[in-house]
Design a protein. Structure first.
Length: 249
């Protein structure tokens, strides 16, 4: 899972300083609205909404922006989003799985198709890439001087965590999809501030590509992630240390 974590952490470093923050807030706000409409506006009674708010706070989303996203539902505003998935391949045979939330399915499918077509990729039949990925709970926390990493690992293993990746700035924790809620609850009980917590599609195996192909693949991933209708993009690209350093700059 190292390649996956490497790219996730690059995004965390960049996300705190680049212009993509507004787009991130748009996506987080949409998830809050969808969650509130699905199961109610009380976070204590709605786990999906509670998690969406937690992720928004982890991304430093302003409190009033979070409240506006909930008020869209509380105020009776007619907000309808449909959740869709698209699967395809980029150059180098890199598998890409796209999760969307949209109020205009025609627009979304046209945009996703155009990104793949313009960058030498191709869409595949829905379900054809499922076997390449596992659904996992993924939690990212920022390391602090006061955090006892060994004690944290022991506590979370008891709660269902199965893997840890510890880097200079971040700790990435993985769990089975079924243990996601238990691990998240344990982190809350321990008072650990979580930068992000969600279910992700983790590839069974990853692929390396040369730098030229990497540039094209990353353009496609960036185009997809920049689209307001796209909530998540998962892939089986393995990024080498040298390539990660280049992307982080």
């Amino acid at each position: 899972m190292a390649g996956h974590s490497k790219w996730a952490n690059i995004k965390h470093r960049k996300g705190a300083q680049d212009a993509k923050r507004n787009k991130l807030f748009t996506k987080l706000g949409r998830e809050i609205t969808v969650a509130a409409k699905e199961s109610g506006i009380d976070p204590d009674m709605n786990p999906r909404l509670r998690l969406a708010i937690q992720n928004a706070k982890g991304a430093n989303m302003p409190k009033d922006t979070i409240e506006r996203a909930i008020k869209k539902v509380a105020g009776g505003e007619d907000v309808t989003y449909e959740e869709l998935t698209y699967e395809g391949y980029s150059q180098g045979g890199i598998a890409i799985y796209v999760e969307c939330s949209t109020d205009n399915t025609r627009r979304t499918v046209q945009q996703v198709k155009s990104y793949f077509a313009k960058l030498g990729g191709s869409l595949a039949k829905n379900g054809s890439l499922e076997f390449l990925f596992d659904r996992k709970g993924v939690f990212v926390i920022t390391k602090t001087e006061t955090l006892d990493v060994e004690e944290l690992e022991l506590e979370l293993i008891d709660a269902g965590a199965e893997d840890f990746e510890i880097e200079d700035e971040f700790i990435t924790i993985y769990s089975q999809m079924e243990d996601f809620g238990t691990v998240n609850k344990k982190l809350e009980e321990l008072g650990v501030e979580v930068s992000s917590a969600n279910l992700q599609r983790i590839p069974h195996a990853t692929k390396e590509v040369d730098d030229e192909t990497l540039e094209v693949v990353m353009k496609l991933i960036d185009r997809l992630e920049d689209d307001d209708d796209v909530q998540n993009v998962f892939h089986d690209l393995e990024i080498t240390d040298a390539q990660a350093e280049q992307l982080a700059n």
